[in-house]
Design a protein around this ligand. Structure first.
Ligand SMILES: C[S@@+](CC[C@H](N)C(=O)[O-])C[C@H]1O[C@@H](n2cnc3c(N)ncnc32)[C@H](O)[C@@H]1O
Length: 404
C-alpha cells in the first residue's frame, strides 16, 4: 500500500477539522504541502493524524479538502475510486427521494462538501448533466465521474455531459466544455414548475437558470397571487418574474442592466404562451435608475425582490452588495405599498446570515423605516448545507414586511 504523505497543519486548522470544517486554507503550514501528491494526511502538533485531505497546491486559498476522517487513512486513499462511486450513489438516492424535484428538470445531484464530495457540484439539466469543479483535483477523475452518472442515467450520452471549472479568481473561471465534442455550444429548453426556460451551454459562464434558487421560488409561492404587483430587481433571465406571472400576479416589472439578459428573459417569455405577457414589462437599466423612474411615475408594488451580484464594478470602483443595501432599501421603500414585502438576498459566503440580518435591520433603523422580519430564506432541498461550514452556506435572504 502506498503511504500517503503526512503534513503538519496549523493548530487553528486542526481545531476546525475536529469541529467538522471540511477545508484547510492557505497558511505557512498548508503552503508547504507537497506539489505532486493527490492526498495528504493532516497531522496535529503532536503528529497525530486528523484527516485525509484532497491536496490542491494550485488553489489560491483552499489547499486541502477533507475526504475522510476515518482511519486508516492510507486505506481510505487506496479505496478512493470506490468511495467516489458510493458517495455519488448516496447523493443521487437522496435526490430520488425528494418528491419536490419531480416538478423540475433542473436540480443538483451533488452539492459539494454537504454531499461529502468536496468541490464537486453536479446539476441535472433535463437529459444533460453539468459537472462543476471548484478544485482542479477532480479533472483527472472526469472519466470515472462521467461513467458513474451514466450508469444512473443511461439517457445521458457522452454529448450530453458537460464539465466546467469554476472559482473565485478569474483564472479559474472557465466555460462549460462538452465531453463529446470540443468547442460545442448548445441551446435547449427545460421546465421548472411548469415554466420553460432557455439554457445555453458552452458559450457563457452561467447557463441561464440559477438552480440553487429553485427551492426558494417554491418557498415564496404562497406570497404570490392575483393581487401581486411584483418588482424583480437584478432579474437576470427572469426566473422570478415568470414565476410571479405563473402565480397570477397582475403586474410584473423586471430590471437588469444587461440587454443580453433582458433579451434572454423575453425569449423565455416567448416559450410560455400560457403566461400573460401583457402584464410584464422589462427595464434595461440600472436598478438605481429604474427605482427612481418608477417612483417618479408613481408606480407601486407589493412585492420587491432584490438579488444583486455579491460585488460589482462601474469600471472605477468595486462595491459590495451589502454596503449598497442601505441606499437600495431607501429607494425600494418609495415604491413599496404599506403591508408589502421586500425580499432581499445576499449571495456570498463572506457574510453570515446573522450579520446580513443585523446590517439590514440597522439600515432600516437608520433610515427610520418600520419593517419586521417575516421570514428567513436559505439554501435547502437539493442544495444542502453542512453544520460548521459557513462557506457552503452562501445564499441568505430575508422577507421584510412594511408596517407603516
Ligand atoms: C445574481 S444575478 C440575479 C439572478 C436572478 N435573481 C435569478 O434568480 O435568476 C445578478 C444580475 O444583476 C445584474 N446587474 C448587476 N448590476 C446591476 C445594476 N446595478 N442594475 C441592474 N442590474 C444589475 C446582472 O446583469 C445579473 O443579471
Amino acid at each position: 500500500m502506498t503511504k500517503v504523505r503526512e503534513c503538519l497543519v496549523h493548530p487553528v486548522s486542526v481545531k476546525l477539522l475536529k469541529q467538522g470544517h471540511p477545508w484547510v486554507t492557505a497558511d505557512n503550514f498548508s503552503n508547504r504541502f507537497p506539489r505532486n501528491e493527490e492526498f495528504v494526511i493532516a497531522m496535529d502538533e503532536r503528529k497525530r493524524p486528523v484527516a485525509l485531505l484532497i491536496n490542491d497546491p494550485l488553489h489560491k486559498s483552499i489547499k486541502g479538502r477533507v475526504w475522510s476522517t476515518k482511519f486508516p487513512f492510507d486505506r481510505e486513499a487506496l479505496h478512493f475510486t470506490a468511495s467516489i462511486q458510493a458517495r455519488i450513489e448516496n447523493a443521487v438516492m437522496k435526490r430520488e427521494q425528494m418528491s419536490e424535484l419531480k416538478e423540475r428538470d433542473n436540480y443538483y445531484l451533488v452539492f459539494g462538501e454537504a454531499d461529502q464530495l468536496p468541490g464537486l457540484f453536479v446539476q441535472k439539466l433535463q437529459d444533460r448533466i453539468l459537472v462543476q469543479f471548484y478544485t482542479g483535483f477532480w479533472t483527472r477523475y472526469k472519466g470515472i465521474l462521467q461513467t458513474t452518472f451514466q450508469e444512473y442515467f443511461p439517457e445521458i450520452t457522452d454529448d450530453k455531459v458537460w464539465f466546467q471549472t469554476r472559482g473565485e479568481t478569474q483564472a479559474s473561471q472557465k466555460l462549460p466544455q462538452n465531453a463529446g465534442e470540443q468547442g460545442k455550444r448548445e441551446e435547449f429548453h427545460l421546465q421548472e414548475f411548469g415554466i420553460q426556460y432557455w439554457i445555453r451551454l458552452g458559450g457563457q459562464y452561467d447557463h441561464g437558470l440559477y438552480t440553487d434558487m429553485s427551492n426558494i421560488r417554491q418557498i415564496i409561492k404562497p406570497y404570490l397571487n392575483k393581487d401581486t404587483k411584483f418588482l424583480n430587481l437584478f432579474s437576470y433571465t427572469g426566473a422570478f418574474s415568470l414565476w410571479a406571472l405563473k402565480n397570477q400576479s397582475q403586474d410584473v416589472v423586471s430590471v437588469d442592466l444587461s440587454p443580453k439578459y433582458i433579451e434572454w428573459l423575453q425569449n423565455n417569455l416567448g416559450l410560455n404562451a400560457d403566461l400573460d405577457h401583457t402584464k410584464h414589462q422589462s427595464m434595461t437599466m440600472s436598478v438605481e435608475d429604474a427605482l427612481d423612474d418608477l417612483h417618479k411615475a408613481g408606480r407601486k408594488f407589493n412585492i420587491i425582490l432584490s438579488d444583486p451580484p455579491s460585488s460589482s464594478s462601474d469600471g472605477n470602483k468595486r462595491t459590495s452588495a451589502i454596503t449598497n443595501y442601505k441606499d437600495l432599501i431607501s429607494r425600494m421603500d418609495k415604491v413599496l405599498d404599506k403591508g408589502g414585502m421586500m425580499i432581499v438576498f445576499l449571495n456570498t459566503h463572506q457574510v453570515t446570515a446573522q450579520k446580513f440580518e443585523r446590517v439590514i435591520t440597522d439600515n432600516l433603523k437608520e433610515l427610520k423605516l418600520n419593517y419586521t422580519v417575516r421570514d428567513r430564506l436559505r439554501l435547502g432541498g437539493d442544495c444542502p448545507t453542512l453544520k460548521g461550514f459557513p462557506e457552503g452556506d452562501y445564499l441568505k435572504g430575508l422577507i421584510l414586511e412594511k408596517k407603516s
